[in-house]
Design a protein around this ligand. Structure first.
Ligand code: C5P
Length: 218
């Protein structure tokens, strides 16, 4: 890469719907560029988990804001954040503007020191609107549902494939239509459709996009 000082603060913003392959791609890009990785979905999941543990209603905006303000970053390392129950609750708490506001500075500060690969829904549009590289990772609804179903099955969580498809569609609709921080494709984002790509091919496409944006020697 041609600008070493820019590399110190390189931010790669990755957005897209659920189960499109953002996480796998983000981890690989982070490893390739020696950058920290932040999966921002885990922040919303940890807020939701904290509320469920306390018997609070995820749609209770005030309780959700409190949970977000009290969030201990160590909670994002919990092993019980990827259950169907948390999937639903996270999408509900994420629609609360005060929750999004409470998590904003954590996300920005994470990338301040060394740059970062950050994935989520509003990373290129709200959190890092000036990120030099923005990717929008997507895939067909059928393929995303199938991937999520497999992921759950691999972890021993048995659910009907049709139920996973409905759940993903509902969560996407909620993420796309909320008034604050909705999932939208930034105009300058490079779109990577992983419907017919394996993780290797998706990484190759992403690397090409990143190099085109920051310089071929990266
Ligand atoms: O990416 P993941 O599926 O783990 O995210 C869980 C939920 O958190 C999403 O359905 C979405 O509602 C919310 N989220 C968000 N903004 C982000 C990341 C996740 O609203 N930047």
């Amino acid at each position: 890469m041609s600008h070493p000082e820019a590399k110190a603060r390189l931010v790669i913003a990755i957005d897209g719907p659920a189960a499109a392959g953002k996480g796998t791609l983000a981890r690989r890009l982070a490893q390739h560029f020696g950058l920290p990785h932040l999966d921002t979905g885990l922040l919303y999941r940890a807020v939701a988990r904290r509320m469920l543990d306390r018997g609070e209603e995820p749609a209770d905006g005030r309780a959700a804001e409190r949970a977000a303000r009290l969030l201990d970053p160590a909670e994002v390392g919990r092993g019980d954040l990827r259950t169907p129950e948390v999937d639903r609750a996270a999408s509900i708490v994420a629609a609360e503007p005060a929750v999004r506001a409470a998590l904003r500075s954590f996300q920005r500060e994470f990338a301040l020191a060394r740059g970062a690969v950050v994935d989520g829904r509003d990373i290129g549009t709200v959190i890092f609107p000036d990120a030099p590289v923005k990717l929008f990772v997507t895939a067909s609804a059928a393929v995303r549902a199938e991937r999520r179903w497999r992921e759950l099955a691999d972890r021993g969580i048995a659910v009907e494939p049709a139920a996973v498809a409905v759940e993903i569609a509902e969560r996407d609709a909620q993420d796309r239509h909320r008034p604050v921080g909705p999932l939208i494709e930034a105009a300058e984002a490079v779109r990577i459709d992983t419907t017919d790509l394996d993780p290797e091919a998706a990484f190759a496409a992403a690397l090409e996009a990143v190099q085109a944006r920051i310089g071929a020697s990266a």
